[in-house]
Ligand binder design. Structure first.
Ligand code: FES
Ligand SMILES: [Fe+2]
Length: 349
C-alpha cells in the first residue's frame, strides 16, 4: 500500500454522517464541508431538516451567510434571492413587474437527508438512489438521542482516519491510560468476523479481560463491533437487559481533513451521573489517536509506501476491498455485493 492510492476517492451513492440533530436549531443555518462539497443545513419551523448546496446560483456566495425567513425560504445575503428548502428559487427581489422571469428554471442542488436517533445522514451521489441504499444498521433499541457526543477534526485523509480507527494493534502503545489498561498489557485475541450489508462485524463475544472499564459494568457483558462504509464503527455492549452503544463516524471534509464524531448511547440511568467522567475518558482517547495521526502525517509527507500485515491489519485490507467493490458496483449501476467471507482473525493487543 502506498500512502496515497486510488482508494483515496470518496464513495458516491452512500449515506454519510452529517452531524447531530441538536446542531440544527430552528431557523439557523449551518455550513459544512463534506467530501469537498459545501453544504448548508437548516431546519424549518415545522422541524424538517434540509440540505442544499451552499452556493447561490446567482453569483456564488455561500447561502449559509443568508437567513431562514418566516415563510420558510432561505434568503441569500447578497441580492435577496429566496429558495425553498427543496432548492427551488421562489423570489428575485430585483425583478420589476414587467420583467417576467421563469423562476422554476433556477434550482439549488438538494441532498437527501435523514434524521434518526439524533443523528443526521446525508446522501452524496445520485439522489434517485438514496431510496435503494439503507443507512448503516444500528443495534436497537437505543435511547432517542445520544447522551454524549464528541467531535474532532483529524488532519488526515478519510482512509488513514478509518484504518487508524479499526486498527487493533495500536491500543497498547497509543492508549495507555490507567483507567483502561495497564501499560503494555498485551494478550492474544481470537475474534470471529462475518460480512454485513455494508461492511463487516466482529461477532458478539465477551470482551477481553484486560479491558478494565468493562468490569465496572458488572454482569457479563458481550460486545459486537460493526464497521460499515463509508466510515461508521458501531460498538454495542449488552449485559442483561442493558445496552451501551458507541457510534464513531468518520466523514471526510476534504482530502486531508476528516471529522471524527463519537456518540454514546446508554440505557442505564445511573451512568448519566458519570457523564463528565466518561466525556473526559473519551476525549483523552480521541486526543491520543489525534496525536498519533499528527505524528504519522510528518512521515507521510514523503509519500512512503506502507505495509499492511495479516491478521492485525486484515480489517484495513477488508476496508479497501469493500470500498473498491462498492465504487465499482456504483459505477456499473449495480447493487453492492459484499466480497468478504466469514473469518477468524488472531492478533496480539
Ligand atoms: S449572489 Fe445570491 S442573490 Fe445574488
Ligand atoms: Fe485509537
Amino acid at each position: 500500500m502506498t500512502s496515497k492510492t486510488d482508494n483515496d476517492l470518496f464513495l458516491k451513492d452512500i449515506w454519510y454522517f452529517a452531524g447531530l440533530s441538536c446542531e440544527l436549531k430552528p431557523e439557523k443555518l449551518l455550513s459544512k464541508k463534506m467530501a469537498t462539497l459545501p453544504i448548508v443545513f437548516g431546519r424549518t419551523k415545522s422541524g424538517a431538516v434540509f440540505a442544499l448546496k451552499d452556493i447561490c446560483p446567482h453569483r456564488g456566495i455561500p447561502l449559509s451567510y443568508g437567513k431562514l425567513l418566516e415563510n420558510g425560504h432561505l434568503e441569500c445575503c447578497y441580492h435577496g434571492w429566496q429558495f425553498t428548502p427543496e432548492g427551488q428559487c421562489a423570489t428575485i427581489p430585483s425583478l420589476t413587474k414587467d420583467q417576467p422571469f421563469d423562476l422554476s428554471k433556477i434550482k439549488v442542488q438538494t441532498y437527501p437527508i435523514r434524521e434518526e436517533l439524533g443523528l443526521l445522514w446525508v446522501f452524496l451521489g445520485d439522489p434517485l438512489k438514496s431510496e435503494t441504499v439503507s443507512l448503516p444498521e444500528l443495534p436497537l433499541p437505543l435511547p432517542s438521542k445520544p447522551q454524549l457526543s464528541l467531535s474532532m477534526v483529524f488532519p488526515c485523509s478519510l482512509d488513514h482516519a478509518i484504518i487508524g480507527l479499526m486498527d487493533p494493534a495500536h491500543g497498547p502503545f497509543i492508549h495507555q491510560s490507567w483507567f483502561w489498561r495497564s501499560a503494555r498489557s498485551i494478550h492474544e485475541k481470537t475474534k470471529a468476523f462475518c460480512p454485513t450489508a455494508l461492511g463487516f462485524q466482529m461477532i458478539r463475544h465477551k470482551p477481553s479481560t484486560n479491558a478494565r472499564a468493562y468490569k465496572i459494568l458488572g454482569g457479563s457483558p458481550e460486545t459486537e463491533i460493526t464497521f460499515s462504509l463509508p466510515g461508521i464503527r458501531v460498538e454495542s455492549i449488552r449485559f442483561g437487559r442493558h445496552h451501551i452503544c458507541g457510534i464513531t463516524t468518520i466523514t471526510p471534509q476534504d482530502d486531508t481533513h476528516s471529522l471524527i464524531t463519537h456518540t454514546l448511547f446508554w440505557t442505564l440511568p445511573w451512568l448519566t451521573l458519570f457523564k463528565p467522567l466518561i466525556t473526559f475518558f473519551a476525549r483523552t482517547f480521541l486526543r491520543q489517536d489525534l496525536l498519533a495521526v499528527q505524528r504519522q502525517q510528518e512521515g507521510l509527507q514523503s509519500n512512503p509506501s506502507l505495509l499492511l500485515i495479516k491478521d492485525a491489519d486484515t480489517q484495513a485490507l477488508w476496508y479497501f476491498k469493500i470500498k473498491k467493490a462498492y465504487a465499482e458496483a456504483a459505477s456499473r449501476q449495480e447493487p453492492f455485493k459484499n466480497p468478504l467471507k466469514k473469518t477468524i482473525l488472531k492478533w496480539r493487543s
